[in-house]
Design a protein around this ligand. Structure first.
Ligand code: BES
Ligand code: MN
Ligand code: ZN
Length: 495
């Protein structure tokens, strides 16, 4: 759906559906009152009758009399006037889209930007209106043969500009938000695909297509022979147990000056994680198709950078492989040599994410990065520690950590920092190699990051564990597109 600003008088709008805010208490907004007056007090009536409560997210669809330029009005509740919070606003947007997405209409006009949200400016409102609407409209269709149950015909949302507001600023904010939403959708779409379709080769081909679609993007794919030459023994040991060859995908967006050091984002692209010989229990194992969500978010972020032509250098790196049991798979006790030269004792073949990431992190140094951020569905322990609301963040640089935490807060895609103290590091000691790939049950998220930290000593680095935030389980099963919002904000803040 396209979002464009709109000016005009509320009582003279020609639209199939007008979305109008109402409050449960206090004075109604000017737009609402003026519309009410132009239509014989109809809104006052339904509010008095109690048909519309004005409570946050409550909606009521009114059909206007024949001949009216405004065909329908959707009243959407925002709670008490003057007390609208961020989540109230988002809930109202979500409810309004859900209430009309089944209607056979192409265009809507939303007056929600006229609502004041505590501590938030118009840019924030536009961003949220676009992102929350797109979230409510997203529907996975790729492998469905019947029409999607939630198919909609919406094409355009006009954003009624609050009086005195520059429509150009609204359009700019909407444009940025739309590209973030496209990035989120891209990440969701890739992540929701099953493991038999979304293989490392599929991801590599998708990257090449993306590279052809955007002139600012340069895509390179390393095959196993090339990785072998680079000495990526750790990454390749994981893919040895699979018939799908591993790929190392690089997507470069050169938007900034040549002299500018790039932001490098490394995303775990494990297209299916059965655990290998340390096999996982079968219940819920299908969800391990989501073990490439970190990689998917890199695709989303790179697409966003390209679409907006951002004046900054960003490089996405996606190591991609499967992790399956096989006669040739890693065995517990095996020792492999990483590209960095460190030997690793594989005590659990299910701790494979760090095995592919460590080589991708070593490889990333060649870009002379300003910072490196890796994104990975790395540990079940992170889901235990932080649940599904916060991404786990660990870093070897506090400034970078704070920058990411701030971007997450701003974008409503939050992270929480865990310590990366030296005290945890002895847990990775091995009698037979430079380090072991697991550190025991205590502090599993942190010891996983400690493992990665051995390969990131030469640059500023942050690690995002998205095991709890990248997808939803149960009836709502599906990818969330996180942390595309946070990373997009991080990059936009640096532009
Ligand atoms: N991909 C998993 C982590 C994961 C588990 C993400 C559950 C989301 C939900 C990762 O490869 C893994 O298996 N990690 C192991 C590490 C352990 C063997 C040290 C885990 O968390 O159990
Ligand atoms: Mn695993
Ligand atoms: Zn995994």
């Amino acid at each position: 759906m396209q979002f464009v600003s709109k000016t005009g008088q509320i009582d003279k709008l020609s639209t199939p559906c007008l979305i109008l805010p109402v409050f449960s208490k206090g004075q109604q907004l000017d737009v609402t009152t003026r519309f009410d007056q132009a239509h014989n007090g109809q809104i006052t009536t339904v509010l008095k009758q109690g048909d519309a409560s004005g409570k946050v997210g409550n909606t009521l669809l009114l059909q206007m009399p024949a001949g009216n330029k405004t065909k329908r009005v959707l009243l959407v509740g925002l709670g008490e006037q003057g007390k609208t919070t961020e989540s109230d606003f988002n809930n109202a947007v979500q409810a309004s889209i859900n209430a009309i997405k089944h209607l056979p209409i192409k265009t809507i006009c939303s007056a929600l930007l006229t609502v004041e949200v505590t501590d938030k400016d118009i840019d924030w409102k536009v961003r949220q209106l676009v992102l929350t609407s797109r979230e409510a409209l997203y529907q996975y269709t790729e492998t469905l043969t019947t029409a999607a149950p939630d198919a909609h015909s919406l094409e355009k949302c006009q954003l009624l500009a609050p009086s005195g507001r520059a429509t150009q600023a609204i359009n700019e904010a909407a444009n940025i938000a739309s590209s973030i939403a496209n990035g989120v959708d891209r990440a969701k779409e890739l992540a929701n695909l099953p493991g038999n379709i979304c293989t490392p080769t599929y991801l590599a081909d998708t990257a090449k297509t993306l590279g052809k679609q955007h002139t600012s993007l340069k895509v390179t794919v390393l095959d196993e022979a090339k990785m072998e030459k680079l000495g990526m023994g750790s990454l390749l040991s994981v893919s040895r147990g699979s018939r799908e060859p591993a790929k190392l995908i690089t997507i470069e967006h050169a938007g900034g000056p040549k002299s500018q050091k790039p932001i490098v984002i490394v995303g775990k692209g494990l297209t299916f994680d059965a655990g290998g010989i340390s096999i996982k229990p079968s219940s819920g194992m299908d969800e391990m198709k989501y073990d490439m969500c970190g990689g998917a978010s890199v695709f989303g972020v790179m697409q966003m950078c390209a679409e907006l032509n951002l004046p900054i250098n960003v490089i996405g790196v996606v190591p991609s492989s499967e992790n399956l049991p096989d006669g040739d798979a890693n065995k517990p006790g095996d020792i492999v040599t990483s590209m960095a030269g460190l030997t690793i004792e594989i005590l659990n073949t299910d701790a494979e994410g760090r095995l592919i990431l460590c080589d991708a992190l070593t490889y990333s140094a060649k870009f002379k990065p300003d910072v490196v951020i890796d994104v990975a569905t790395l540990t079940g322990a992170c889901v235990v520690a932080l649940g599904k609301h916060a991404t786990g963040l660990m870093a070897n640089n506090d400034e970078l950590a704070n920058e990411l935490l701030g971007a997450g807060l701003k974008a409503g895609d939050k992270a929480w920092q865990l310590p990366l103290w030296d005290e945890y590091k002895p847990q990775l000691k091995s009698n037979f190699a430079d380090l072991a790939n697991i550190g025991g049950p205590a502090g599993g998220t942190i010891t996983a990051a400690c493992f990665l930290s051995r390969f990131t000593e030469d640059y500023k680095w942050a690690h995002l564990d998205i095991a709890g935030t990248a997808w939803k389980t149960g009836a709502e099963k599906g990818a969330t597109g996180r942390p595309v919002h946070m990373l997009s904000q991080f990059i936009l803040d640096r532009c």
